[in-house]
Design a protein around this ligand. Sequence first.
Ligand code: ATP
Ligand code: MG
Length: 689
Amino acid sequence: MAVLHPLNEQQRDAVLHVDGPLLVIAGAGTGKTLTLASRVAHLVLAGADPQRILLLTFSRRAAQEMTHRAGRLLHQALGLQGHQGAPLLPWAGTFHSVGARLLREAAPRIGLPPDFSVIDRPDAEDLMNWVRQAQGLAHTDGARFPLKGTCLSIYSRAVNSRVPLEELLDAHWPWCANHAPALRGLFRAYVAAKQDQHLLDYDDLLLAWHEMQQASPELAAELAGRFDHVLVDEYQDTNPLQAAILHALAPQGRGLTVVGDDAQSIYSFRAAEVRNILDFPQQFTPAARIVTLARNYRATQPLLAAANAVMALAPERFEKALWSDLAEGDKPRLVSVLNEAAQARWVADEVLRLREGGLKLKSQAVLFRTATHSAPLELELARRRIPFVKFGGLKFLEAAHVKDLLSVLRWAQNPSCRLAGFRLLTMLPDIGPIRARRLLDQRALEGCTLEEMAHAMSQLALPGPAREALLPLCSLLATLRTPGAPWPDDVALAVAWLQPHLERLHDDHVVRLLDLQQLQRLAPGFSSRERFLTELTLDPPEATSDEAGVPLIDEDYLILSTLHSAKGQEWASVTLLNMVDGCLPSDLSTGSPVQLEEERRLLYVGMTRARRHLQLIVPQRFHVTQQRALGDRHLYAGRTRFIPDALLPLFEPDGPAERARASEAEAEALKGPPTMPPIDLRARLRSAW
Ligand code: ATP
Ligand code: MG
């Protein structure tokens, strides 16, 4: 059978497995994702209805890639030509996006407003901050109350882990332990504000989905009967709530397939629970079938030997040493450079050298622990005109003007959303926060027609200029709220309304407008305004080196990514930046053995992304800021502790030339205080171009 063609025996077992719950637990690059895609193709070939297959992945991109892959396999199996990768599965996506769709469908039956909006993390923080201020919680009794971001992290972890608040604070935020009662009150008010404004944050999507599954026996049965097959990739990074949802979706594990690798669990800070995958067999005893895979098809043996060795030093043993048939190949290189600037130059040189050798930019990736760590490299790439796309970190959607546009669409869709309303109203001349709040309190712009809004505004004593500024917005909202408003033309209307405001408010309005036009181009790819808003909020497009937007599909560009966002992917050449203690492991993680081990797994994830070439770079003068322990002193750190001397024979030393080349002047310059990388990358890039 063609879908089974390249697979080995164990992979075939997993593809052909019938009925009961199935767990594929195996190391990196052993073909778990390929097996999952093949299983989808096989199920469809065997007569399963694609509408009744649910595929849950880590990101929208992963879902798209996997459905295309399954589609291709299916077409090959059927002997069809010219498959363009048309989506095969209507139900493929992340837990959050699938949850949003199911909730939207069921909204009227579960008391959820059908116009609900999904808010992203920064919006949720803003809302938390509003509530926090309204409760006067900025400072209590001289003791600083946790900041909005911390409040949201605590709330989110409490919701996802289902651990009682006090216990959670003791374990992870001990300095907040005495704020437990106030936090509880704050969270209650935060929930009320979301309800009032018809908003769901990321956590609500999972919570509400789970509650819906328990709501009534009829609905529970309907939801459980909706999918015949549920398949989950990267299961090691799911949290207890997601596991509970799966259990309800696939009672007794019927038709449930999960794949993952416990050695790659890297999301415990988001309440992911590696026990989900480890306990899977017990949860379904005696029915669960377990398949393990040991052969790695991705990397050469020397690269695997190094990755295996890093994991072998973990106190907790992962019983799966990987092996590869690809015995030939270079050892991973351990590249020593003087500092971050030298690192950026070395990487740019190396990327171009490999490209000369025939390796496209797209087959190369540079990975780093924290999004800001790529700043010097981004500048270097921009200077040399090497195009790149950056995954993780600064998101396109976080740009203020992009938020403005989405706020227009969101307020049109969900008139109760004060968050969007406040943002738009305060953009207008003559309307400050106080007036904006009054307009929102009076619900003056929540009507569906211009007349309704004009009437509501006439109840308020507004000065002429403010009223004048409001009129075009009211008229835009009225158009967008007309039932059956044309999609995706709404986006063009919203951009047209925004343009003069951007021109008035921002010097760099030309660049901002280009971003909005890029969003306008993306819009037709979504079936409705609601899908556009939800999908983009849940999984925004990436920031790129090109101000005009994401490079065209056939354009070549280098991949820059955080280690977390690189999960599941592979490139012929992978370079890991800043392999120094304090950076990996991050100096925020070295205090706890559990977090330290997660950092080790992160390195393992990074190293196992490479197919042929792997470079680990160690800047000798990397400065680490130890803010808490040492009062903001800068320390120079050495090579990461995860590669102790004993492992050095597995690596090829490289980079001495770089050290020799470093001029006296550079060494001199280093004696001064190290400068911080810029925060506003986009602005820096613009000036560099
Ligand atoms: P990760 O843990 O990193 O997510 P994975 O286990 O999901 O890895 P895949 O991405 O599915 O691994 O596969 C890794 C590479 O090996 C891919 O390029 C895939 O096409 C290839 N591969 C997997 N199985 C086979 C096979 N039986 N024959 C040939 N190539 C294979
Ligand atoms: Mg995978």
